[in-house]
Design a protein around this ligand. Structure first.
Ligand code: HMG
Ligand code: MG
Length: 306
């Protein structure tokens, strides 16, 4: 296999505190979320999704967003992103001092309805004032395009749908879009097709991949996106993650696994794999189960037998 176009450096956004913990059955105390964020910072993470300003009736696990944001010992060089589905969420994010907000739309109408209770077109109408207000406050805006390869309600999703949402997002001024495989059904060619659809409206530097690993394809899909030159990915410590409105979807690709892949190919991330393994062990121990990261498991086993 020839691997061309690979970036020399890749930026990873750790979504574990948000995507990871929004899907846990047990409520995780704010203090544990804050400790996880501090451990991620210690491992070199400079961009993370800290929490969501969404309805606590819809996602009770993110109901402590204000406490989590207030409890973080911030680093000036770190971006603390939060999810904001509407102006109410944005107001919370602004008050909490988030320096990036994420508007989250979908390439499938059914998922949009289930997740944020409105159509794709209505979601864009709700996001537009969020983008204007964020820009006025110097806050950057990322957009997520969920179900870019498949939907739990509609099945296969065509790249045309991704292109449509990317076009709508760029029209309202969203700076960057994440192409998200919410239910982890994508395979490398489908991922490249979805990325290429988003690339019709965004520069390579302004798109990222967000791959859930439900079908075990996320590392292959990451490599497929890297081959296109994509240099930013959402990953989740210990492979935590899932969406309460995408039943059966499991965690995001594990940060530790992506870091091992990238470092093994000589691609810089600025992250310390051993410290990430420690952060992953901290949250996995709290949750009372093994990490979903194969790399973390391997390194923990190696440590235990050293
Ligand atoms: P709605 O019920 O249509 O909202 O929900 P509404 O505007 O009609 O308001 C109803 C009530 O909710 C009101 O309160 C509002 O104040 C309140 P009441 O008067 O009844 O007491 N409300 C809010 N409260 C707090 N924060 C807010 C907010 N907005 C309204 N921002 C809404 C619409 C979007 C709010 C709801 O559907 C929602 O919160 N959905 C969030 C779902 C979610 O967080 N899903 C997981 C994240 S997405 C994801 O994981 C995918 C991703 O990882 C990428 C991928 O993998 O695909 C990003
Ligand atoms: Mg997700």
């Amino acid at each position: 296999m020839t691997l061309q176009n690979l970036p020399a450096r890749v930026k990873l956004v750790d979504v574990g505190p948000r995507d990871g913990l929004q899907n846990e059955k047990q409520m995780v105390p704010a203090a544990v979320k804050i400790e996880l964020i501090h451990r991620l910072q210690a491992a070199g993470v400079r961009h993370l999704e800290a929490t969501s300003f969404v309805s606590p009736k819809w996602v009770p696990q993110m109901g402590d967003a204000v406490d989590v944001m207030a409890g973080i010992t911030r680093r000036a060089d770190t971006v603390y992103s939060v999810l904001t589905p509407n102006m109410k969420g944005f107001e919370g994010a602004l008050a909490a001092g988030a320096n990036e907000v994420v508007v989250f739309g979908a390439a499938s109408q059914a998922f949009s309805q289930k997740n944020i209770n409105c159509s794709i077109e209505e979601s864009i109408e709700r996001f537009a004032p969020v983008v204007v207000a964020a820009k006025a406050s110097g806050i950057s805006v990322r957009g997520a395009i969920s179900c870019a390869m498949g939907c739990p309600y509609e099945g296969d999703v065509s790249p045309d749908r991704v292109e449509l949402v990317a076009r709508l997002m760029t029209a309202i001024g969203v700076d960057h879009v994440g192409v998200a495989d919410t239910i982890g059904v994508g395979t490398p060619r489908a991922v490249q097709a979805a990325m290429e659809a988003a690339l019709k409206h965004y520069d390579l530097a302004d798109i990222s991949g967000h791959f859930h690993d439900t079908y075990g394809q996320a590392l292959a899909n990451t490599l497929a996106a890297l081959e296109l030159g994509v240099a930013q990915f959402d990953t989740s410590i210990a492979g935590l993650g899932g969406c309460p409105y995408a039943k059966g979807a499991t965690g995001n690709v594990a940060t530790e696994d992506v870091v091992y892949l990238l470092h093994g190919m000589g691609i810089d991330t600025g992250l310390d794999l051993d410290a990430l393994v420690d952060a992953g062990a901290f949250i996995s121990n709290h949750l009372g189960r093994k990490s979903n990261s194969r790399v973390a498991q391997a390194l923990l086993n190696k440590r235990a037998t050293a």
